[in-house]
Design a protein around this ligand. Structure first.
Ligand code: APR
Length: 315
């Protein structure tokens, strides 16, 4: 049996931690790639992680490299390359720096792994996923099914954590749906957020729900302000591992992800967080749920923020 090949571009905090979660799940062999200036760093992290295998009981092969030739014909490519936020910076502040990086990465990935499914993690997420898709579709024939952005699984995980802590229940009993752009205007859908199937609106008073929604929206900034030197990486990378597993095991899981929209939710020609079905072909379906007028209005506001960030791209 051939093993799946997963490449992670960017061997920094998010990239290396993604490799860690993926190695434990034994989803395939992992290639950790970074820029030549990092010299042997990716090799060092890869070897260190591989040497944890005997202790933890995984047989995953992990290689580090600065050469895209080693990533050839990957099944999945996770893109974490780019600068992370520092305190006081918004995700949008990263456009200029990360556009150059994502452009270079997309061309290299398209040329070496033309059949891969690409998971974009670099911020500002929806804008960078759009940029990567624009290059990959135009020059390398990628369909919109094969480029997906990671945001909603993370934002929903944050909301689930807050719900579980508030009610003193297991996180496993919680379900949350956070849609929209991965920014301060994201839309936590309270009506569809449940504990053991019961909507949280029946379990918590409005002011507590409002506090959870607000903390979810600010979830990334909360971590940035605590870390001071970078942004979150444990939960973001766990979210990537969940998406990679849904794809490689063809689970057909419904997860909130950033997808290229062509009229769904009244939006087009942009990446935006919506519920999708993830399977071996990538985004196999975009699920349109009926929204209340005030929810649609929040979604439109979030879309306007993504569009204003996209307008900073120099295409
Ligand atoms: N090709 C490959 N790797 C690159 C490139 C490039 N062109 N440019 C930068 N990198 C690498 C850096 O060398 C670094 O090792 O990307 C890595 C980024 O790692 P960190 O600085 O640790 O940042 P991290 O916390 O991992 O965040 C990465 O994910 O969540 C987002 O907002 C976050 O955009 C940021 C990204």
């Amino acid at each position: 049996m051939t093993r799946n090949k997963i490449t992670i571009v960017g061997a920094g905090f998010v990239g290396a931690t993604t490799a860690h979660w993926l190695a434990e799940r034994e989803l395939g062999d992992i290639v950790l790639l970074d820029i030549p200036a990092t010299e042997t760093m990716p090799k060092g992290k890869a070897l260190d992680l591989e040497e944890a295998g005997p202790v933890l009981g995984y047989d995953t092969r992990i290689t580090g490299t600065t050469d895209y030739a080693d990533t050839k014909d990957s099944d999945i490519v996770v893109v974490t390359a780019g600068a992370a936020r520092k305190p006081g910076m918004s995700r949008e502040d990263l456009v200029g720096i990360n556009q150059k990086i994502i452009t270079e990465v997309a061309h290299n990935v398209g040329a070496t792994s033309p059949n891969a499914i690409v998971i974009v993690v670099t911020n500002p997420l929806d804008t960078m996923a759009y940029l990567a898709y624009t290059i990959l579709s135009k020059h390398y024939g990628f369909t919109k099914q094969r480029v997906v952005g990671q945001a909603g699984v993370l934002d929903s995980a944050r909301m689930r954590t807050f719900i579980a802590r508030e009610l003193g229940v297991s996180v496993r009993n919680t379900h949350a749906f956070v849609l929209g752009g991965h920014g301060d205007e994201m839309v936590p859908l309270v009506r569809y957020s449940t504990v053991a199937g019961i909507p949280i609106t029946e379990l918590l008073p409005p002011d507590r729900i409002a506090a959870i929604v607000q903390r979810t929206r600010q979830g990334g900034a909360e971590i940035v302000n605590l870390l001071k030197t970078g942004s979150a990486y444990y939960a973001p990378s766990a979210a990537v591992a969940e998406m990679a597993e849904a794809i490689l095991k063809d689970r057909k899981m419904i997860l909130p992800c950033s997808a290229y929209l062509e009229g769904e939710y009244g939006l087009r020609e942009m990446f935006f967080g919506v519920p999708v079905k993830l399977g071996r072909s990538g985004i196999e379906q975009i699920i349109e749920i009926k929204l209340l007028p005030e929810e649609q209005e929040m979604l439109n506001k979030s879309a306007a923020l993504v569009r204003s960030t996209m307008s900073a791209l120099k295409l």
